[in-house]
Design a protein around this ligand. Sequence first.
Ligand code: HBI
Ligand code: FE
Length: 293
Amino acid sequence: MTAQPDFHSGINQGVAPVTYGQGDRPPRGDYAQANADYTCNQHWERYSAADHDLYRRLYERQAAQLPGLACEEFIAAVANLGAPDRIPRFDELSERLHRATGWEVVAVPGLIPEEAFFALLAQRRFPVTSWIRKPEEFDYVVEPDVFHDLFGHVPLLFNPMFADYMQAYGAGGLKASRLEACETLARLYWYTVEFGLIDTPAGLRAYGAGILSSAGELRHSVTSSVPQRIGFDLERIMRTRYRIDSYQSTYFVVDSFDQLFEATAPDFTPIYRRVAAAGELDADARLPTDRLF
Ligand code: HBI
Ligand code: FE
């Protein structure tokens, strides 16, 4: 669940706390304890029984609605998170994950600057927020919490093709930073990793973490007639703005994770130039060239 976070000038150990949206929200999470690369200690022993119970209820609600809505690769992988009744220990989860695809999960205090985020992905280290939402945020939390990051993002990191795509995205992001193309590249992340759909012989299925961890958007994204669904087109995605606080009005559909990985193969420099020349599009824009589902 990401937008362009804006950073306050940090007053603690050189790590700038990230705020969200208008920048007037206090950063959630203890950035003062984070390392220079923004990783921190999970402090698993500090979770309360209420925290574990909240995780259990969030997991139970989402797991019940996966069949027929989540892609098979996700359903096959979600059990790798471990016991569904308490927040996993990141070190135990990382042992399983590293054996599968060379990735590990690292704790962070919350949203981190793009450069740091890309650097971690490029090293096959996925940043997972260490805190969990409050009970009153059961249905929706603005910032990504441990449930969104673990349940939404981590299962597909067990899938070799998707794991390679995520590492390629991180490497591409470091290059994008130098090209001032972070906002453009963030759209690719948003419309694939966070809110992507995949076409299957059984119909459309969700693979995006923002969808898979959302109580309402999982069914909405796959079955509602309200949003439009457009076939994956890298430059079309990179031109398209997104909304951070409502269901998406447009979802993009890939044919396979291979298609995603292949899309990140070429050098994006000329693509950024073409995207900048073509101009931005509203989230609900429709082009005659769009392949509609
Ligand atoms: N930080 N912890 C964390 N998790 C994210 O998903 C994340 C982030 N910072 C920036 C960000 N995502 C997006 O701007 C990416 O598109 C770069
Ligand atoms: Fe996310």
